[in-house]
Design a protein around this ligand. Structure first.
Ligand code: MN
Length: 503
């Protein structure tokens, strides 16, 4: 998982009016800006310079090429000079990749003593970008407007965030999610319209019988199982019962076989995300625990109980966060500490939390699982590292998808919780427990989330904007009455204007 093979194209707009000399200067300035952005070390994705655009045909062509190029995540546009908006109509109508509008200027400072009409002629972004903004707004074109001098750290940071969001959308557009078994029976929020998800986001979700995984597991050689259990021994603090010669060693072998079978199944089907369900385990001895945890650590998206929306989100977050410090995982709001003023959420699941969330050495343990009626599953147990994080969820409201993002602060637990047999994260949500929980519940937010220590709500807001889906952040500024109004206004917006084809 890396973003270094991807590109963002830099498209500078101008027109023929200024003559060859001026356009040559525009081109040289653009070259310097692109080189500077790439050398700044803040952008995860390389910026590639395209020829200065001076005609409608050239604009349409570069937009079509951006659509067709697998490496291109999106277009960063800037009007060095004035570029009449009508020239952009055909190109913007065709462009189906994310758009960033970099509202910058080659010179940072006005050349107070030297400024003349030639300078004025060349450095026109202040009004050229307004013309471009008009045509984007008139065409309801989703984009991120980034304002400031291109060498400014904050400008490059905003562009980097947008690049990561674009990488997440790009990933969804070619993502295949395998559902092993179906949804947990009777559960509502993990259901959803898979056809709509593919139309909106590109993600392809299909179901498979668990026997197809079992067939892969049966094809795994005993030697490979032994190699993997030896790897477990080396990597994790192994519970005595699971060690070589221990009474539960066979369960560890079974878990290793499950991991190898899952890897083969996912590889053969080109899946980068998957779900399982504890109610559909025919042919498996135990609910996959360590296997799912380690696959997530290798970049796979995962959702339990058939939760394909969360599986796709976890994968998208992992791609968006590539190379950043901090982990990304499936997560669930599990249980509470409700001491007034010190409320905390204990996030966990039956088994499946990704070990990228911790810097500590996980312990590999085996414990009973009260549901599913299978053998005791093997799992990795650890505590998520302290620090800021986000919980992200997508729900299907029937007429649209809604993305919810809650900023949280993961805490160092003062309590060891020695009998808790699963990996966990302890956090306080922002702005405070009561506001965050009420807002989440008013918004219809699910119990399953994709959890990231690497990303911020800004990444998800950019992502939702370019994907054309609703996004509601819950963070330090959230007030419940304002939030309820947002829900009301969004309901009107999405069932009115947007439903009629607007943006
Ligand atoms: Mn669950």
């Amino acid at each position: 998982m890396e973003l270094s093979s991807s590109e963002v194209w830099f498209a500078a707009g101008s027109q023929q009016l200024y003559g060859e000399a001026a356009l040559g200067q525009v081109e040289r300035n653009c070259r310097e800006i692109v080189a500077g952005l790439n050398a700044g070390g803040r952008l995860p994705v390389r910026v590639v310079l395209k020829p200065v655009l001076t005609t409608a045909d050239a604009i349409l062509q570069v937009c079509r090429e951006a659509n067709a190029d697998r490496r291109c995540l999106g277009l960063a546009a800037w009007m060095h000079t004035f570029s009449p908006g009508k020239m952009w109509i055909a190109g913007l109508a065709a462009l189906d990749k994310p758009l960033a509008h970099l509202h910058t200027q080659f010179n940072r400072d006005l050349p107070w003593d030297a400024i003349d009409m030639d300078f004025m002629n060349l450095h026109q972004a202040a009004h050229g970008d307004r013309e471009f903004g008009y045509i984007c707004t008139r065409m309801r074109k989703a984009r991120k407007v980034i304002v400031g001098h291109w060498q400014e750290e904050e400008v490059q940071r905003e562009l980097a965030v947008w690049q990561r969001a674009a990488a997440g959308l790009h990933e969804l557009r070619s993502l295949r999610v395998a559902r092993l078994g179906d949804n947990m029976r009777q559960v509502a929020v993990t259901e959803g319209d898979k056809v709509e998800a593919q139309i909106r986001l590109g993600v392809e979700v299909n179901g498979y019988g668990v026997h197809e995984l079992v067939r892969e597991m049966e094809a795994v050689s005993d030697a490979d199982v032994e190699r993997l259990t030896a790897e477990y021994d080396a990597l994790y603090a192994m519970a005595p019962a699971l060690r070589s010669g221990g009474p539960r060693r066979e369960s560890l072998r079974d878990a290793a076989r499950t991991e190898l079978g899952l890897r083969a199944f996912l590889r053969n089907g080109s899946f980068r995300a998957f779900t399982d369900c504890f109610e559909s385990l025919e042919g498996l001895r135990q609910l996959p625990g360590i296997a799912v945890q380690r696959l997530m650590a290798d970049g796979y998206g995962f959702g339990p109980e058939g939760d394909w929306k969360t599986a796709a989100l976890v994968r998208a977050l992992k791609v968006m966060a590539a190379g950043l410090p901090g982990g990304n995982s499936f997560m669930e709001d599990y249980t509470y500490h409700l001491e007034p003023g010190c409320e905390k959420v204990l996030g966990a699941h039956m088994l499946e939390v990704c070990p990228t969330l911790t810097a500590e050495r996980p312990s590999c343990e085996i414990h009973p699982l009260g549901i599913g009626g299978k053998d005791d599953p093997v799992r990795l147990v650890f505590a998520a590292a302290a620090g800021p994080a986000v919980n992200v969820a997508m729900l299907d409201l029937g007429d649209r998808f809604r993305l919810l993002v809650n900023e949280v602060d993961v805490l160092e637990s003062k309590h060891a919780m020695p009998k808790l047999p699963v990996a966990r994260a302890l956090w306080t949500p922002r702005p405070d427990f009561k506001t965050a929980a009420a807002a989440w519940i008013y918004a219809g937010g699910p119990h399953h989330t994709a959890f990231s220590q690497a990303l911020t709500s800004e990444h998800l807001l950019d992502f939702a904007e370019m994907a054309g889906i609703e996004c509601l952040p819950i963070g330090s500024q959230t007030r419940i009455e304002d939030f309820k109004n947002q829900l009301r206004w969004n309901q009107a917006y999405y069932s009115g204007f947007a439903a009629a084809g607007g943006a």
